[in-house]
Each structure stands twice: as C-alpha cells, then as structure tokens.
Design a protein around this ligand. Structure first.
Ligand code: HEM
Ligand SMILES: *[C@@H]1O[C@H](CO)[C@@H](O)[C@H](O)[C@H]1NC(C)=O
Ligand SMILES: *[C@@H]1O[C@H](CO)[C@@H](O)[C@H](O)[C@H]1NC(C)=O
Length: 350
C-alpha cells in the first residue's frame, strides 16, 4: 500500500490517506475492516464547505478580531477553570448532534412553548452555555449583529483543543443560528454511554467520517470527566460488565460506591491526563481503564481497535485524524444565509 504523509495540520482530506499498518500483523483478521474503513468515505471536506456556503475568512471584514477576542476570553477563563475546555468541546458535540451545528442547545425554554434541549437527560453534565452567551455579548459590542452563536460554539471548541495542547484546526465559518430546538431530538440523537460499536459508527459515518475518523473524534474523551451516573452501569449491572484493569475498577468503585448514585457531585477523569489534549485516552482504553462502555468497546471491536492502537502509538497521527473529523462534525447540518438568524442573545430568539 502506498504511504501518503499528510503535510499539514489543516484538515486535508484525511479519507484519501491510505497507510500501511506494519504493527498490525497481529490483527490480520482486522485488516479487511481497516480497508473497508478507508473506503467508507463520502465527499472531501472541500465539497461540504462549498455545499454549505461556509468560508475560512467569513468574518474577515465584518469582525476581523473575532478569533483573537474569543482566544483572550477563553484564556482568562481557562486560567481560573482548567475543566472548561472539556465543557466547550462536549457542548459543540451536543449542539451539532441535535438538528445540526446551529446553537439550538443554547435556547432557553418557553419560546414556541417548547422545553429547552437542556431538559433532556442526555444533556446531563453540560456546562458553560452561559460562557458562550458572555462571549457573544462582548462580540455584540465589537461587531454588532455579525457573529452567530453557532460559530462561537465551534470556535470555543476549537480553541479549547488548541489551548489544551491539541492541534490547531482551521474551521470554515458562516453558520447561522436556529429558530427552533427540540428536546425530543436531543433525547433521540444524543448517544448513551452504552451504545454499541455499530450505533457509534453509524452516528459518525452519517456525518461523512470513515471509521478511522469516527474513532479519532471519540479521542475528545482525552479531556474532562464523567459522573457516576454514567459509570455505575458498568460496575453493578452484570449485563454491562466487561474486562477492566483491576486497580482501575477498584478506584471506580471507591468513587461510585452505590448502583444508584447518592449524589450527582462525584466526577471521575476521562483519562489519566484530563486537562491535556493528548493521546493518553487511547493508551488508557487499551489498558482497560475506560470510563464508559463505548470507550471500552472501541478498544476491542475488530473494526475500531486497529485505529485505537495506531492513535495510542502516534499522537501526531491522532491529531491529524482528529482535525479532519472535527471539521466534519462542525459542518453537520449547518444553516446558512436566510435559513437561520444571527441571534442577538444566544439564549433567546430575536
Ligand atoms: C458516541 C459518542 C459519545 C458518547 C456515547 C459519549 C458519552 C459521554 C458521556 C457519558 C460523558 C460524561 C458526561 C457526564 O457524566 O458528565 C461524556 C463526556 C464528554 N464527552 Fe462524550 N460521548 C461521545 C462522543 C463525544 C464527542 C464526539 C465529543 C467531542 C467532539 C465528546 C466530548 C466529550 C467531552 C469533552 C466530555 C467531558 C465533558 C466534561 O468534562 O464536562 N464526546 N461523553
Ligand atoms: C403550552 O404549554 C402549556 C403547558 O404545558 C399547555 O397547557 C398549553 O396548551 C401549550 N400551548 C400551546 C399553544 O401549545
Ligand atoms: C442525578 O441526575 C439524574 C439525571 O438528571 C437524576 O435523574 C437523579 O435524580 C439525580 N440524582 C440525585 C441524587 O440528585
């Protein structure tokens, strides 16, 4: 197989990168799946951007200092709260997963007589929505009526990855904000930590990712924490049990001692370096130290495990795959032009 080295961090079309897997000899049975993984591909990123009418210099004239304003706001926030980058990264996923990357997760209840998406139990643990609104209010002074909340969510996530030590990902901009939101769709589309690998793959393949990119986007779990609520099933429900590192399991039982958590206050780190964006997550899940069922499953399924191993061994390679996957996630069902608004306040309709 030809080896083609991507030359830049920007999301090149990662899908076309075929790579040899010398160390994968042990995983001979997984090889057909690797090949399939590189073939399950939709269109290159450039296609999606054109189709969506987004561009890399969308705010060049309307808000030239946009990225530096967001960066300096986040930098000062991160100095006081090291867990904030994880919150922004998950916020982007939960926005993009419901309706599309349209800031619908920020809208409060009562408009159109609907409940906010935050009512969904799947949004348990989502934090820092109000920080996006705060950044929005600063941008409204600098460039009124220009920057969408949907773009701020994606830029905050991008900046979170970068400031935590991850890749610098270039993101096309120009998303508009939704006028609707749906708690029903949040319930239906936000994945539970116990989903199967099939369900996991279908979520991300539907966004134009191949299996390798799907495995890379879950590397977002290199940041942040989980609550006992999402962990106890693996500890106390025999149907969910799988092999775990002995000491790790003991520490989880210590943190989450009862099947029904007594409080929702206890959190456990997603990997051993929860404030650093690195490939530690993959090393941990290989070693049986996964927090959620799906993390454990991708380390053992023959379709996904080869990529887990590859990312665990080569952080640069993980960063490249993640960059490509992140852009595809950020392009999911975006609204452009007259299809959406630029909200004045991220939590309410204009
Ligand atoms: C199938 C896919 C996924 C499942 C089942 C899943 C599940 C979860 C669960 C259960 C939590 C813990 C929530 C809590 O207890 O507070 C969590 C946290 C997190 N997830 Fe995911 N996730 C998935 C995909 C993603 C993706 C695609 C991203 C980002 C691109 C992401 C980023 C995060 C982050 C950063 C956290 C930590 C949040 C914090 O510290 O506040 N996840 N995820
Ligand atoms: C709005 O919600 C209230 C309370 O759930 C309900 O009684 C009322 O009929 C709803 N109105 C409309 C227009 O759907
Ligand atoms: C923890 O949060 C879940 C989900 O929102 C809720 O169902 C449960 O009652 C909460 N538990 C406690 C002890 O507050």
């Amino acid at each position: 197989m030809p080896i083609q080295q991507p030359t830049q961090m920007q999301p090149t079309n990662f899908l076309t990168t075929t790579t040899s897997f010398p160390v994968m000899a042990l995983f001979a049975t997984g090889l057909p799946w690797i090949l399939l993984g590189t073939m399950v591909m939709a269109m290159p990123i450039s296609f999606w951007i054109k189709a969506n009418q987004l561009s890399y210099d969308y705010y060049k004239f309307s808000c030239p200092n946009l990225e530096s304003i967001i960066e300096s706001e986040l930098l000062s926030l991160f100095l006081t709260d090291a867990t904030a980058p994880a919150a922004f990264l998950r916020l982007m996923f939960h926005d993009c997963q419901v309706q599309g990357c349209d800031a619908s997760i920020l809208l409060d209840s009562n408009y159109l007589n609907y409940s906010s998406e935050m009512i969904s139990s799947r949004n348990f643990g989502i934090r820092n929505r109000e920080s996006i609104s705060h950044i929005k209010s600063i941008l409204e002074e600098e460039c009124p009526g220009q920057v969408s909340c949907a773009d701020i969510i994606v830029l905050a996530a991008k900046e979170s990855v970068l400031l935590s030590g991850g890749p610098n990902i270039e993101i096309p901009l120009g998303r508009k904000d939704s006028r609707t939101y749906s708690v029903l769709e949040a319930d239906a589309k936000l994945p539970s930590p116990t989903i199967t690998v099939d369900e996991f793959i279908s979520i991300f393949v539907s966004k134009g990712m191949n299996i390798e990119e799907s495995v890379s986007i879950l590397g977002a779990h290199t940041l942040g924490v989980g609550h006992c609520l999402n962990i106890v099933g693996r500890l106390y429900d025999s149907r969910q049990r799988d092999k775990m590192d002995f000491g790790f399991e003991a520490s989880l039982r210590l943190a989450c001692p009862t099947e029904i958590p007594l409080t929702n206050l206890t959190v456990v780190p997603n990997d051993m370096t929860p404030v650093i964006f690195d490939n530690q997550y993959y090393r941990d899940i290989i070693a049986g130290r996964s927090l959620f069922g799906i993390d454990s499953s991708i380390s053992r399924d023959l379709r996904t495990a080869p990529f887990v191993i590859r990312f665990a061994m080569d952080q640069n390679y993980f960063f490249k795959a993640f960059s490509s996957a992140f852009v595809k996630l950020s392009l999911n069902n975006v609204l452009t032009d007259v299809l959406g608004d630029v909200l004045r306040h991220c939590n309410q309709l204009n």
